[in-house]
Design a protein around this ligand. Structure first.
Ligand SMILES: Cc1cc2nc3c(=O)[nH]c(=O)nc-3n(C[C@H](O)[C@H](O)[C@H](O)COP(=O)(O)OP(=O)(O)OC[C@H]3O[C@@H](n4cnc5c(N)ncnc54)[C@H](O)[C@@H]3O)c2cc1C
Ligand code: SF4
Length: 539
């Protein structure tokens, strides 16, 4: 066990963020390094529980008490070895994971008395960063080759984890990526201020040295490599192309110019960062409205501020969650509650329980009144009031259809605002519930509108048809608990099979699908399989 007095003497202290007025002027990571002694003290708060609930909340089954102990004892090399035993890319999760392990930590049961849960995520990042700095992530070249060939389609965290596991097991692995660079959403979705992209490049160097072959600018299916050719060339195929089809908002006026899918905007911004050029969709000097309330919306917010937007309003169809964990999500589950990301700390206005009625543009004379951030149209209702309705903490809001026009088209006339109405709530026996009624419509001004209302599944229809794999009603590729599809030798992992999820699930699925493929090719496997394809988060 780490320090036997740990949490009784030291309260939880998260890693500091850089000051807002400094970080808003650059694209560097938001978090500062906590310093070795700070991290050791925080790791020393762990009680090495007999039944460590932190484990059960982590899809990777990270050996959290083990590496907390090793950090406290200052044995960083062994801590790194234990961390990498369950996670191929802890420097990604250490930065990006929402850390479901922390609310599941036993010290979360009574945070007031204990001082709060162990800062598991910060300890993970500190170990992972030390491993990078010390050069401990050396290539692990397999000592035998199986002679089997595996194609991995898509280079997000699921594809990368699958490829690394299968390469290390001795198979010849080829990763196909239609983008010009490796990384999937880590590269072109998530902004630099959340994760420095050099960390992906370092893993690609390591994986190449282990024997993984990468083919960028190469689509499989569509206008690229036909499915039949893929089947002929490879003994097994892993589909890990993500779930990148953005949900649409098919309301009147969607055709106005200046309305974009969030991923179009974020990809453009990330590409501009990579190339050192300017973005083609620029928020500079614009009033930006983001529709949606999840990670993607927060990334748009942080990006718009760094590009120099004059004003940003974020509209969420869900009511504002309560400030403390809702009774329906007790320990050790992921608590439903109001959260503020680093991007929210940087500015902008958040509005909850808002229905979007139509886009306004082209000098529409029928506009009933113009609003904006702090606009007249908003009611005086306390935005911090707790609600009882089970709002999802993710971004699954919005209509399910992908029915909008091609956003690249635009009608020529520019969007100037969005007509909205607040969704009304009523007090029913002490509970605040939605009535279905709305307040008076009014218009929020906008020069740039970003749709961050979730994803409608993978966009590789042609590939799936060619391979003979089916999709479920939510658009995900159908699979069994062992990741296999209806097509023999074809497996699916990550968002393509699970639906839009998290980096930690993508890595866990990548590791597990590698075990399934290895068993298919060899008849047995010694690779770990941390989660079944039908596993669900602790709830
Ligand atoms: C803006 C944004 C922010 C996010 N922030 C976080 C966060 O902070 N923390 C977190 O845990 N999760 C976050 N997520 C979710 C997380 O990024 C995803 O769950 C994760 O990346 C899924 O990994 P994946 O490997 O399944 O697919 P992806 O990362 O989507 O990668 C799929 C790759 O496959 C390629 N591809 C698709 N089809 C083909 C084809 N036919 N041929 C060749 N290549 C193909 C695509 O180009 C893409 O590069 C965020 C998501 C978004 C959109
Ligand atoms: S639940 Fe918390 S205190 Fe217990 S082992 Fe896990 S991190 Fe340590």
């Amino acid at each position: 066990m780490p320090d036997p007095w740990g949490f009784t003497r030291a309260p939880r202290q998260t890693t500091p963020r850089r000051p807002v007025d400094v970080r808003i002027r650059d694209w560097s990571e938001v978090y500062e390094s906590g310093g070795v002694e700070h991290v050791r003290e925080q790791a020393g708060r762990c009680m090495d529980c007999g039944v460590p609930f932190c484990h059960s909340a982590c899809p990777l089954g990270n050996l959290i008490p083990e590496w907390n102990d090793l950090v406290w004892r200052d044995d960083w090399a062994l801590a790194s070895e234990r961390l990498h035993a369950t996670n191929n890319f802890p420097e990604f999760t250490g930065r990006l994971c929402p850390a479901p392990c922390e609310p599941a930590c036993v010290l979360s049961i009574n945070a007031e008395l204990s001082g709060g849960p162990v800062t598991i995520k910060s300890v993970e990042q500190a170990i992972a960063d030390r491993a990078v700095a010390e050069g401990w992530n050396t290539p692990q070249v397999p000592d035998r080759q199986s002679g089997r060939r595996v194609a991995v389609v898509g280079s997000g965290p699921a594809g990368l984890a699958a490829a690394q596991q299968l390469t290390r097991a001795g198979h010849s692995v080829y990763v196909y990526e239609r983008d010009d660079k490796i990384g999937g959403l880590l590269r072109y979705g998530i902004p630099d201020f959340k994760m420095d992209k050099r960390l992906i490049d370092a893993r690609v160097v390591q994986m190449r040295a282990e024997g993984t072959v990468f083919r960028t600018n190469t689509e499989v299916g569509g206008a690229g490599i036909p499915a039949a050719v893929l089947r002929r060339r490879y003994d097994a195929v892993v589909l890990s192309g993500g779930a990148l089809k953005g949900r649409e908002l098919p309301i009147p006026g969607r055709e106005f110019a200046g309305i974009h899918q969030a991923m179009t905007y974020l990809t453009d911004a990330n590409r501009a960062r990579e190339s050192g050029g300017g973005p083609s969709i620029d928020a500079r000097g614009k009033r930006v409205v983001i529709i949606g309330g999840g990670d993607t919306a927060a990334d748009c917010l942080g990006t718009a501020h760094r590009q120099g937007a004059t004003d940003v309003v974020q509209l969420d169809v869900h009511p504002q969650p309560p400030l403390t964990p809702h009774a329906s999500t007790p320990w050790p589950t992921w608590p439903l509650m109001y959260r503020e990301s680093a991007a929210h700390e940087e500015g902008g206005t958040r509005r909850f329980a808002v229905s979007t009625l139509r886009f306004v543009g082209g000098g529409d004379p029928t506009v009933p009144g113009l609003g904006g951030s702090g606009a007249d149209g908003w009611s005086d209702a306390d935005p911090a009031a707790a609600v009882d309705e089970a709002a999802e903490p993710d971004e699954a809001a919005g209509p399910d259809e992908a029915a909008g026009p091609d956003e690249a088209a635009g009608s020529g006339a520019a969007v100037t605002g969005i007509e909205v109405a607040e969704l009304l709530e009523a007090d029913q026996a002490g509970r605040s519930v939605r009535t279905g009624a709305t307040g008076e419509p009014f218009v929020v001004r906008a020069d740039l509108v970003l749709l961050a209302i979730g994803f409608a599944g993978p966009d590789d229809e042609d590939l799936f048809t060619g391979l003979g794999v089916a999709r479920d009603e939510a658009g995900r590729v159908q699979r069994s608990a062992d990741y296999s599809t209806a097509a023999p030798g074809v497996f699916v992992a990550g968002d393509a099979g699970r639906g839009a999820s998290l980096v930690v699930w993508a890595i866990a699925e990548g590791r597990a699908v590698a075990a399934a493929v290895d068993r298919y090719l060899e008849g047995f496997t010694t690779l770990p399989a941390p989660v079944a394809a039908d596993a669900v988060p602790l709830s």
